[in-house]
Design a protein around this ligand. Sequence first.
Ligand code: AMP
Ligand code: TRP
Length: 347
Amino acid sequence: MSEPVQTPQTFPTRIFSGIQPSGGLTLGNYLGALKRFVEKQDEGIETIYCLVDMHAITVWQEPEKLRQQTREGAAAFIAAGIDPKRSILFNQSQVSAHVELGWIFNCVARMGWMSRMTQWKDKAGKNAEAQSLGLFAYPSLMAADILVYKATHVPVGEDQKQHLELCRDIAIKFNNDYGVNFFPVVEPVIEGAATRVMSLRDGTRKMSKSDPSDQSRINLTDNADMIAAKIRKAKTDPLPLPDSVEGLKDRPEARNLVSIYAALSGHSVAKVVHDFAGAQFGTFKPALADLAVATLTPITTEMNRLMQDPAEIDRILGEGAERADALARPNLEQVYDILGMIRSRRR
Ligand code: AMP
Ligand code: TRP
């Protein structure tokens, strides 16, 4: 990796990350993101976590569902171990500094940068003309989410790496264009055994809440029977498990299930391979199902309990938004000043 122009070390460590409330959360979100979010909070780092509802509407969302999914997302954060006192937890649309800086970044980022984003290319496919302008500009708003707090580290799954490189490019260009050292050059934090959890039906595709097949994913709202059934039916190959990590090469489904086991148990992939060397899937799958149920059931139960009181969830999000706003607003005011905008209105 090349040396960044300004190193993040000149900025105090602050974590920001977001998840879209565009559907129920999956095991991929849990292992790739949520579980890590909790670890960072528990390490005592300043952590800011956001349900990015403004990103969700880059593809049409049914309003009542969006509201429900935002609350469900907040419940999942809390059930997974995010403490709304120690972390800041809120939904994006309640802190308008995000979209204000997002617009400014639309004027910093270049069309070519956006066109190269693989997520844009995957989502827009051959039908780019019919996509919303917001979907194209999505990564620029994502950069604003992070940089409006001058966050230095961003825990995400592997699929977000390119978006974070773009965030770095935006920060560097802004700093250069205006001759300032205002924004940090963020570091992606992509850690753990399952930074890319794959579909249970196809080991070459990402597990996703937007996959049409519900069998392809484990949802955080699935009950124990559903989790066990999905793992039992997960696609595999006919071979027993290998006795070395290299033996998982070219076996995407086997590698995926072993990685999930490793991430859930907190062990390395090497240890799991060692423990199950030579085992048939008939042995491995029930062990994985037991582990998944034991890990996820307490979270699901707590989520369901929290969802009984939507007003309390809304209250938590509102309070988080106030704390987020207090951090973001002064930074944004400084940006306006750097840009040469007159700010004479009394507030
Ligand atoms: P999204 O659901 O696209 O808003 O993603 C929210 C977070 O979950 C991001 O950090 C993603 O990288 C992460 N994530 C989503 N799907 C997966 C997956 N299948 N494996 C690992 N991380 C994932
Ligand atoms: N693009 C991210 C995803 O779909 C969600 C997101 C929006 C995000 N803003 C962010 C993640 C800022 C990290 C930081 O997964």
